[in-house]
Design a protein around this ligand. Structure first.
Ligand code: MN
Length: 715
C-alpha cells in the first residue's frame, strides 16, 4: 500500500464526541466532519439515509432511555470522524434498520444500492440457539469483510459506541460483551491497524470485564503519578537535548501506558507493580525514516539498550503495515524505559490504519488485506460452529511471524507455528503430502517451532502412503491446518465405512440371489432418503440401516422394460423402448470398464454417464425416476477422455508428461495448464481405443517425477 500524507485528524477519544447544539438538526456534526474530509462530495444521500433511519427507529429506545436513533447517529459520527467515505457513513446510519425494524434488505438495496451490502454484513443472524447465532454472525462478518473490508470498520464503530454505553447494561451481560470484545474485536481493530479504536475498546473491556482489578490499577497508577511524571519529564528532556546536539529535530512525547497494558503486565507477565517506570514510555517523532535510525543510534550511545528488546518494524513492517523502531534502554537510575521512534506518517498509520487510506484512494478498491482472505477461507470451511470463536480468537490474538518460501515469498503465521502449518498455508495438497522439512536448508521435523525470518522448504512424498494422522493434530496450531487434517481423517474414516458397507450389501444380496444393478441401487437409496449411493453404503457400514431393508427397497424399485441397444457405442440400456436414441454424455465421457448408467433426457433420448460423474450424481438426486440401467456390450471403439495431472512445478515437467502420454500410443488432441504457487494442474485430452489403454496412460503419468495425482476429469 502506498503511503500518503495525512491531513489533520481528530485526536484520540474524540471520535464521535461532537453532539449537535441544535435539537432539530442532529445530523449537522456528521455532515460537518464528513465534508471536512471529503470537501467535494455531495451530502444529499447521507441526509436521505438519515431520514429513513429516523423514521424506521421512531418509537424505539436504548437501554439508557435515549431514543434509539442516538445509536446509529453516534456510529455514523465515529465513522465520519475516521474520515470514512459516504457509503460507510450511510451504512452507519442504516446499520440497525434491517435487524431491528420492518425495513427489508431489498428495500435498502433499491434505495441505497451498494450501501445495502455493508448493512447486510453487520446484520445479526437470528438462529434458535443464541451461542450458535453469535458464532455464525461473526463467521458472516468475516466472509463479508473478504468482499469489502469496510464492513469490519462499520462493525468496529458499532461496537465502540456500544462499549461506551455498557454502564446501562446489567454487569454480567456487560462483562460477557467485554470478553467477546477483547477476544475478537480488539484484535480485529489491531489487524486493521486502527490503534485508536483498539486502545479505547481494550480500556473499556478491561473496565467491565474485571471492575475490581480495574479500580485497583487506576488507584495504584494515580498514587505513583507524581514520581512517575517527574522522572518521565527528566528523561524526555535528556533525550531531546542529545538529539538536538546532533541536529535532529524531534517531537518528544511521554506515553502513559494504558491501564489495560499495565494489567496485562501484572497479571499475564507477572511483573511487580512497584517497577512503575515500566509503565511509561517515550515516543520520538522525527521527519524521515533515516532520522529514525540516526536517533536510535544516538540514544543507544548514551544509554545502555536492554538486550533482546530492539525491534525494527521499519525494515520489517507488521502485517497491518505498522512501522516504528522499538527499543528499551536503562535510563537514569537503572530504570527500564521503552522508546518508540517513528515518523509522522507512521504515527497516523498506527492510529487510523485502514481508515487513513480512504480519503486518498483514487480507485474504489475495498478488497481485503491478505489475512482476511486467509481467515475467511478457514472460517468458511469450519463445520462445527462452536469451534469458530475459539479458533478465531487464537488466530487473531497470536503474534505473527514471517516465514519465507524458497522463492522468497512471505507467509505470515502465528507465533509457535511449525513447518506443517506452513505447508498447509501454502497448499492443502502440500500439507497432506508433507513428510519432512528443511528450515534454512537444515533438515528438520514437521513439528519444530519456526522463528520469524526462517526460510522453509517442505519435502513431499509421491506415493501418498504417508499422510495426515491424529498425531499431526497435536502439534499444528493454525485453524487451517487443523481443519484440513480433520477433514482428511474423517473422509478416510467415512470412506472405510462406506467400503465396508458396500461389500456387506453386495455379499448379502448375492447370497440371497436378489437381482440388483447400479440404477436399482440408486433408486433404492433415494427411496430410502439418501442423497447419494455413497451415503447409503456409509449407513450400511455404520449399521444405521440393515442390508435387509436395502434389498427390500432394491427389489421394489427394480427397473422393468425391454431395453435398447446402441449401434455406435456398444451399450445396452434396460428399461427403455427399443430403438431409443443413445448417446455418451459429454461431461464424463465414459469408456468401457467404467460403471455406467443411463439418464432419460426430455428430448434427446438416453445419455450414458459414468456413475461417478458429478453431473450424474446430481441428476440422480434430482430425478431418480429417470435413471436406467446400462451395460457395455463390447470393449472396443473410439473414446475420448480428459485427464488432470497435479504436480509440483519443476523444469521440463510438461515435456516429461507429454512423453509419458505418447509412450502409451494415444493421440493427444489438446492440453492446457494452470500454475498456482508451486503446483501445476495440467489437462490432457486424447482419443483411445479401450480401457486398458487408458489405464496405461494414467499409470505412465503417475510415474513421472513430481506428479502428485492423476485423475480423469468427470470420470
Ligand atoms: Mn448497532
Amino acid at each position: 500500500m502506498k503511503k500518503l500524507p495525512i491531513k489533520s485528524l481528530p485526536p484520540s477519544k474524540a471520535l464521535g464526541a461532537e453532539i449537535s447544539q441544535d435539537p432539530f438538526d442532529l445530523l449537522a456534526p456528521v455532515l460537518k466532519s464528513f465534508s471536512f474530509h471529503h470537501p467535494k462530495d455531495e451530502v444529499g444521500p447521507i441526509e436521505e439515509a438519515w431520514k429513513v433511519a429516523k423514521e424506521k427507529h421512531e418509537g424505539q429506545f436504548r437501554a439508557s432511555g435515549e431514543p434509539y436513533i442516538s445509536h446509529p447517529l453516534g456510529v455514523a459520527q465515529i465513522l465520519a470522524d475516521l474520515g470514512s467515505d459516504r457509503q460507510v457513513v450511510m451504512a452507519g446510519l442504516l446499520h440497525d434498520t434491517v435487524e431491528d425494524t420492518d425495513y427489508s434488505l431489498e428495500e435498502c438495496r433499491r434505495q441505497f444500492g451498494e450501501t445495502a451490502s455493508l448493512v447486510e454484513g453487520v446484520t445479526k443472524l437470528s438462529l434458535i440457539s443464541k451461542e450458535l447465532s453469535n458464532a455464525e454472525t461473526i463467521r458472516k462478518l468475516i466472509l463479508a469483510m473478504q468482499q469489502d473490508v469496510r464492513v469490519g470498520v462499520v462493525k468496529l464503530a458499532d461496537r465502540l459506541y456500544n462499549a461506551r454505553t455498557w454502564r446501562f447494561m446489567p454487569p454480567k451481560k456487560a462483562a460477557k460483551k467485554a470478553g467477546e470484545t477483547l477476544d475478537i474485536y480488539v484484535p480485529l481493530a489491531d489487524r486493521l491497524g486502527m490503534g485508536i479504536v483498539k486502545s479505547e475498546l481494550e480500556e473499556l473491556s478491561f473496565k467491565y470485564l474485571d471492575p475490581k482489578i480495574y479500580k485497583k490499577v487506576v488507584e495504584m497508577v494515580g498514587a505513583r503519578a507524581g514520581v512517575r511524571d517527574e522522572y518521565l519529564e527528566k528523561m524526555m528532556g535528556e533525550v531531546k537535548a542529545s538529539l538536538k546536539s546532533y541536529g535532529i529535530k524531534a517531537k518528544i512525547t511521554g506515553r502513559l501506558k494504558s491501564y489495560f497494558s499495565i494489567y496485562r503486565k501484572i497479571v499475564l507477565l507477572k511483573k511487580n507493580f512497584d517497577r512503575i517506570y515500566d509503565f511509561v514510555g517515550i515516543r520520538v517523532v522525527v521527519d524521515s525514516p533515516q532520522n529514525c535510525y540516526r536517533a536510535l543510534g544516538i540514544i543507544h550511545e548514551k544509554w545502555l539498550p536492554v538486550p533482546g528488546r530492539f525491534k525494527d518494524y521499519i525494515a520489517m513492517p507488521k502485517s497491518n503495515l505498522y512501522q516504528a523502531l522499538h527499543t528499551t534502554i536503562l535510563g537514569d537510575g537503572g530504570q527500564e524505559i521503552e522508546i518508540q521512534i517513528r515518523t509522522e506518517e507512521m504515527h497516523k498509520e498506527d492510529e487510523y490504519g485502514i481508515a487513513a487510506h480512504w480519503k486518498y484512494k483514487e480507485k474504489e478498491d475495498f478488497g481485503s488485506p491478505e489475512w482476511v482472505g486467509r481467515m475467511a477461507n478457514w472460517v468458511k470451511d469450519l463445520q462445527d460452529p462452536s469451534e469458530i470463536l475459539p479458533a478465531l480468537k487464537s488466530d487473531l490474538t497470536s503474534e505473527e511471524i514471517s516465514i519465507f518460501t524458497p522463492k522468497g515469498e512471505t507467509i505470515f503465521l502465528p507465533e509457535g507455528a511449525c513447518p506443517l502449518d506452513f505447508a498447509y498455508a501454502v497448499h492443502t495438497e502440500i500439507g497432506n503430502r508433507a513428510v519432512g522439512a528443511k528450515i534454512n536448508g537444515i533438515p528438520s521435523s514437521l513439528s519444530s517451532k519456526l522463528k520469524s525470518g526462517d526460510c522453509v522448504e517442505i519435502l513431499t512424498s509421491q506415493s501418498g502412503s504417508s499422510g495426515p494422522s491424529y498425531e499431526w493434530l497435536s502439534f499444528v496450531i493454525t485453524p487451517k491446518a487443523k481443519n484440513k487434517i480433520k477433514r482428511f481423517l474423517s473422509q478416510e474414516k467415512n470412506l472405510e465405512a462406506a467400503q465396508k458397507g458396500k461389500k456387506a450389501l453386495m455379499a448379502y444380496m448375492l447370497d440371497r440371489g436378489i437381482p440388483f444393478s447400479l440404477p436399482s441401487l440408486v433408486h433404492a437409496s433415494s427411496a430410502l432418503g439418501f442423497s447419494t449411493l455413497q451415503q447409503l453404503y456409509y449407513a450400511v457400514g455404520n449399521g444405521k440401516i440393515s442390508c435387509f431393508a436395502v434389498s427390500r427397497a432394491v427389489f421394489r424399485s427394480k427397473a422393468s422394460g425391454e431395453g435398447s441397444e446402441s449401434e455406435k457405442y456398444s451399450v445396452t440400456v434396460k428399461g427403455v423402448e427399443k430403438g431409443e436414441r443413445i448417446e455418451l454424455a459429454r461431461c464424463c465421457k465414459p469408456v468401457p470398464g467404467d460403471q455406467i448408467a443411463g439418464f432419460i433426457t426430455n428430448f434427446r433420448g438416453v445419455r450414458i454417464h459414468s456413475t461417478r460423474c458429478p453431473d450424474f450424481v446430481r441428476l440422480s438426486e434430482e430425478n431418480p425416476g429417470k435413471i436406467v440401467d446400462a451395460q457395455w456390450k463390447g470393449e472396443k471403439g473410439e473414446f475420448e477422455a480428459e485427464i488432470e495431472v497435479l504436480a509440483l512445478d519443476r523444469q521440463a515437467l510438461l515435456v516429461d508428461l507429454s512423453l509419458a502420454i505418447s509412450n502409451a500410443c494415444v493421440d493427444l488432441s489438446s492440453s492446457r495448464q494452470k500454475v498456482a504457487a508451486n503446483l501445476v494442474s495440467a489437462y490432457f485430452s486424447f482419443k483411445f481405443r479401450d480401457f486398458p489403454q487408458l489405464e496405461l496412460v494414467i499409470k505412465s503419468l503417475e510415474q513421472v517425477e513430481g506428479v502428485i495425482g492423476v485423475k480423469r476429469v468427470g470420470g
